[in-house]
Write a protein that binds this ligand. Structure first.
Ligand code: A2P
Length: 270
């Protein structure tokens, strides 16, 4: 599995199993065990997903060594108040049956509370209980605000990003500031998998359109978080390291940009 290096030298596996909307314990356990067998080591959860405890249990059951795993979780909006961040984080650790997380993210740039939340995130980072901290759903404006005063720079910004929502300015900005971008919903929730450009490129490599979407993210240096609980798809989504897109194909895919948001749009959040 390819790894990307964060701004504090922590290494992050480039493809993770996304766990958004996975609420059934058996289904989650099946997906995690399948993913581990397929070579995944990186699992992306969040307090609001309600599945941290299921993930902790599944990982324990797998017998995988903690040091081999990369676990991300995210601070939910209601827990961004100063006094709530650390207790909610401790609860996450308990759920995950772990002494630490590899990456802890502020889930959304809530206007009133995101600044006080980050101060507490920095404390957690300094305690060593989060190996890296970052944000999610931040636009350039939100990042500029944070970078103007923070002590610990965010290592990651996790945003919706796929071939139909390419976010080139945000990518440039993050690259310039040493922030790794993680692409959530890299398959646009399955929308556009029948796109003829993707189908043509997929055919040329004997791959699926989903694999082309994921490979495009890999080639842009992103960490990619496809969600699936289907065994064949879990395997398919990580099987993208044996081919490379040409410059011409990357250009063709650039033409698919259509500002398609399948999730939150933080653009107008003050
Ligand atoms: P499922 O979990 O039933 O396999 P995203 O990661 O962009 O949010 O997309 C997740 C959606 O895409 C889920 O509905 C998931 O379904 C589906 N999906 C995941 N991997 C693939 C794939 N390789 N081919 C087609 N659909 C997929």
């Amino acid at each position: 599995m390819n790894e990307v290096t964060l701004n504090n030298e922590v290494k992050i596996p480039q493809i993770a199993l996304g766990l958004w909307k996975v609420k059934d314990e058996k289904e989650l356990e099946g997906a995690v065990l399948e993913a581990l067998e397929a070579g995944y080591r990186h699992f992306d959860s969040a307090q609001i997903y309600g599945n941290e405890a299921m993930l902790g249990k599944a990982l324990k059951k797998s017998g995988a060594a903690r040091g081999e795993l990369f676990i991300t979780t995210k601070l939910w909006n209601d827990n961004q108040w100063s006094g709530d961040v650390i207790p909610s984080f401790e609860e996450s650790l308990k759920n995950l049956q772990s002494e630490y997380v590899d990456l802890f993210l502020v889930h959304f740039p809530v206007t009133e509370t995101r600044k006080m939340a980050w101060v507490q995130m920095e404390e957690i980072y300094k305690s060593g209980k989060a190996k890296a901290i970052g944000v999610s759903n931040y636009t350039i404006k939100h990042l500029e605000g944070l970078l103007s005063w923070c002590e610990v720079k965010p290592a990651v910004n996790q945003v919706e990003l796929h071939v139909f929502l390419q976010q080139p300015q945000l990518l440039d900005f993050c690259q310039k500031h040493g922030i790794v971008v993680e692409a959530y919903s890299p398959l646009a929730h399955g929308k556009g998998l029948d796109n003829p450009v993707l189908a043509k490129i997929a055919k040329a490599y004997g791959k699926s359109p989903a694999q082309i979407m994921i490979r495009w993210c890999v080639e842009r240096g992103l960490v990619v978080l496809p969600k699936s609980t289907t065994p064949e798809r879990i395997r398919e989504n990580i099987d993208v390291f044996d081919f490379a897109l040409t410059l011409e194909e990357m250009k063709e895919i650039e033409g698919l940009e259509s500002d398609l948001r399948t999730c939150w749009d933080p653009t107008n959040v003050a």
